[in-house]
Design a protein around this ligand. Structure first.
Ligand SMILES: C[S@@+](CC[C@H](N)C(=O)[O-])C[C@H]1O[C@@H](n2cnc3c(N)ncnc32)[C@H](O)[C@@H]1O
Length: 193
């Protein structure tokens, strides 16, 4: 499994994580999910941690996938969510078996962005959508966040909205920038084969 550096951080942070974090922006996620061209019945939340983002969604069957066992203890125990241990670069999910993938405040922690996008494309059925919520490193608050995460030893690598949209296009998605700001949302609809 890749990226154990940041995952170990989250194993240690897990007991405090939900106390420190505001609720996830369910409206932004829903706006991204609206771009799917197929009904969303099955969704996986990759790097979903304690289930904070999954808790802001309603409708589909959701499975939280994360490399931190300690974060998943919270997703299962506190939130009663279905959860699986897994690396974003090697998802424990069958080909074309889900309608949506969300990645919330987690993409910048993943050690291999291309592998994560490739895996999202593999597990999504055509017309399904990947929705990524991230922080813009070119925004003044984003510059501060980049410095703060590096100062505490995280291996974070942030992408600006346009760059992430281009990465999605290269990985086989039709990308849309859903909203911009310090936090932004990009959606990618999986192209038909
Ligand atoms: C900032 S937390 C975000 C958690 C959740 N998505 C949320 O919005 O609250 C980042 C998460 O990414 C997970 N993560 C880091 N590297 C990973 C990897 N290679 N595969 C899967 N999850 C990973 C961490 O364990 C952590 O739970």
């Amino acid at each position: 499994m890749h990226g154990l550096g940041d995952v170990r951080f989250f194993d240690r942070l897990a007991p405090l994580y939900d106390l420190a974090m505001p609720p996830a922006d369910g409206e932004a996620l829903a706006a991204g999910l609206d771009h799917a061209t197929r009904p969303i019945e099955r969704l996986i939340d990759v790097g979903g941690g304690s289930g904070r983002a999954a808790a802001a969604l309603s409708g589909p069957d959701i499975c939280v996938v994360d490399a931190s066992r300690e974060m998943l203890v919270r997703a299962r125990g506190r939130r009663g969510l279905s959860a699986a241990v897994g690396d974003a670069g090697r998802l424990p999910v069958r080909d074309a078996s889900v309608d949506a993938v969300t990645v919330v405040d987690a993409f910048h922690h993943l050690p291999d962005h291309n592998a994560a996008l490739r895996e999202a494309a593999r597990v999504l059925a055509p017309g399904g959508v990947v929705v990524i919520r991230e922080f813009d490193p070119t925004h003044p608050l984003g510059r501060w966040l980049v410095a703060a995460e590096h100062a505490i030893g995280m291996a974070s690598r942030f992408r600006a909205p346009g760059d992430l949209a281009a990465d999605l296009s290269d990985a086989g998605f039709d990308p849309r920038i859903v909203d911009r700001g310090f936090g932004f949302t990009v959606a990618g609809v999986k192209r038909e084969p």
